[in-house]
Each structure stands twice: as structure tokens, then as C-alpha cells.
Design a protein around this ligand. Sequence first.
Ligand code: 4AD
Ligand code: MG
Length: 429
Amino acid sequence: MKSARPICEVLSSKYEGKTVTVRGWVYRKRSMKEKIFLVIRDSTDIVQVVINSDSKAWQAAQKITIESSCYVTGKARKDARAPTGYELDVTGLEIVGLAEVFPISRDVSTEFLMDVRHLAIRGRKMQATLKVRSKVFEAIHEFCRAQKFHETHSPFLVPGVAEEGLTMFKVDYYGTKAFLAQTWQLYAEAVLPALEKIYTIAPSFRAEKSRTTRHLTEYWHTEVEAAWYDLDKIIKFAEGLIAHVCQKVGKDCQHELKVLGRDPKVLLAIKAPFPRITYTQALKLLEKDGMKVRWGKDLRTLEERQLMNHYKKPLFVTHYPKEAMAFYKPRDPKDPKTASCFDMLCPELGVELMGGSERDPSIEELKKSLKSKGEKVKDYEFYFDTRRYGAMPHAGFGLGTDRLVQWLCKLEHIRDAIPFPRTPSRIRP
Ligand code: 4AD
Ligand code: MG
């Protein structure tokens, strides 16, 4: 393969006056009588290149189309008018893959862009988002590993055990019914006596009908589970994790954040500890804002948004009403109407980023809760075994990784936080 320099490298005084070769895709083309300007994109940046009509590259430059792949050789020159400060005076242009007329132009609809997502993925904002996304995954792994957590995997095909049975996708499993997993948690709890501190980043599936800017039907779920952790300890881990991701993205992705119009300072200001309030305190705050919520009802997005108008950092809301919570969240012995649990709400976006809790040690309580939610208790026998054989206090949480990316990149819609989103109305491309 012919060698070439990454474009980001060429954009520096080090290469000024030198002849360099870059390779990439034609991002923009502007033709004049005696000059053709191309903007070339690779995975690192863009650079403007100029082809004069007397250059031997002129013919290729005339022929080349938007999104064609190519090698470009030219002499680097500083130019304040160029989009990234440097320009190449082209001496050679080799077309590798000549593109047909690219279907994406400025005035196409969002629906159309979703139809051609496999092409739209090359856009600069999308590119920047995907890099931030990659950094987020890196930072999560880094933090969890540094705290000596083991990465563990659970099945995606499950017999029915769930977070909330109503929103599971059904799969035909050799003639019997199986489902796509909504969470790794119940299996994770079974792994704790072997590994004690574990995490995963994996897809979770939710057959939710909600068409909102924060729901996907397939999303990437970061989940953490730890033996000998109580609510306070798991909250500290959770805020440490989010702060680490914010610091890492704020420092390492300055270029990408700029493309996205996001000030890195906002992310660099996110440091632990984060504020904590109880659900009951949250209701009081909301009431002051003129929003009355009956005690016992889970908070809706509307209310979460309103609450987050008061905060610049993520907020832990703890001790939600027990009856409104998933079956495994235990009663707080100090206030049995409530559960030892938390949601972490996200500033700016005003949505739930994380949900976590201690895990109920009592099989009787678990069964009662499952029955009240209409679940089939016998499907959970394996889960009860985790309580029968050497139960220990433990806690964990789940983080919507795509929502985290959405917030960090300041995106309107969660579908733009993931390369190929799955939503109720879309499974293609
Ligand atoms: O609150 P959830 O449903 O909690 C659980 O599944 C627990 N079993 C996690 C655990 O304790 N291990 O989901 C956790 C997070 C939510 O806070 C939200 O950020 C995200 O997952 N989430 C979604 N993200 C995108 N699209 C959806 N449809 C989501 N549903 C939940
Ligand atoms: Mg939740």
C-alpha cells in the first residue's frame, strides 16, 4: 500500500514548504476556471487542496466527485483562509474509488438521512461523535479496570427474566419462546460470589413504544455490580466513573468537541462529588416550581427536566417509593416506604442517565414484589439461589451509554449518538 500522512499531522508548521501525500475522501469540491479546490477528509481531519489548470493533476481533479477516495500529493502552505489553516498545492492526484453522484446534499430531510445512514455516517459531526463515543467506552473500561473490576458477559437470549416483562422482544428459540435481554443484572448477581466486582458494556433490548429523543430499542448498557457494596459505596463508584469519562473526553476530544460546538470546559467542570437529594426532597423542589407530583409516583421526564434546571452537575435522586421500583430494589430499613436506590439525572438533557440500587437479600420480599408486578415467579428460581447459597450485601447500577454520549456531545436526539440506531420505526439500514 502506498504510504500517506494522516491529515491532522500535515496541518502543522513541521510540514510547511514540504511535499506530502495524504489520502482520504473528497468532502467538498469547488471548481473555477483555472483552479479547483477540494477539501479532503480522512479519519483525523480535513485539509483544503488546490489544483491549478496547468498541473498534471488537472484532469483527475475535473473528473473527481464528492466522496471519491483518492491520494493527493502536494506542497504544504500556511493559509489563513483555508478551513484548517493549511493548504496543499497539488502536484499529484490519484483517484482510487470514483464515487457516483453522492445522494446527500445540504437540503435533504432527516428521514432521508436516516434512510442513507450508511452514507451519512461519514459526515463531520457524525465522525466527531463516533470518536467521542469510542473515547467514552475507553474511559469506562479504564476506570473499571483501574478499580479492579472484571469484565463479565451475560446471555442476550434469555428465557424471560427481566427488568420489566412488558417491554421484551420475543424470539423463536427452536420452537419455544425466548427473549432478548433487557439487562445483565440478574446473571451478574449470580457471578458475584466468583468475581466480587464486575462490569460489562453490552447491548440491552427494550421493546418500548416510546418514540422520544432518549429511547432506543437496542442500546449500549454499561452495568456494574459489586459484592459488599452498599448504596453510598455504589453511588461513589458511579460518580467517579462519570467524572472520569467527562475529564477524559474533555481533555482528549477537544478537536471533536469543537466540531460539535461543545465547550470542553463544561465537561471538565464535572468532578465528584455530585449532589444528592431524596425523592421526597425532589418533590418539594418541584412543588416550589409549581409542579405537583403525588408521593408514590415515579418521576416523569417532564419532572426530571424541571429538576435539572437547578443543577449543572449530574444529580443523584435517592430513595424512590418502593412500590414504583423494580422488584429487586430493597426497602430502606430506616424508611420502609422507600427503596435503597438511586437514579442519576443528567444536566442539560434532563433525563435519567443511570439507575442503581442495593439488591434485596430476601427471597420472600423478592417473590412478593414479583407477584405484585405480574411476573412468573418460577422463572426466577435460579436468581433465588443466589440468595440461598452464601448471600452477601451487594449493589449495582446500569448506565445508558448512548445517553451519556448524547449529553457529552450535546446532541438533540439519541439516534445521533450511535452509528446505526434502532428505534420503534426503524431497523434499516
Ligand atoms: O433503569 P434501567 O431500566 O435499569 C436496569 O436495567 C437495571 N437492571 C440496571 C442495573 O442496575 N444493572 O436502565 C438503566 C439505564 C437507564 O438509566 C437509562 O439511562 C438507560 O439504561 N436506558 C436506555 N437508554 C436508551 N434507550 C432505552 N430504551 C433505555 N432504557 C434504559
Ligand atoms: Mg430506570
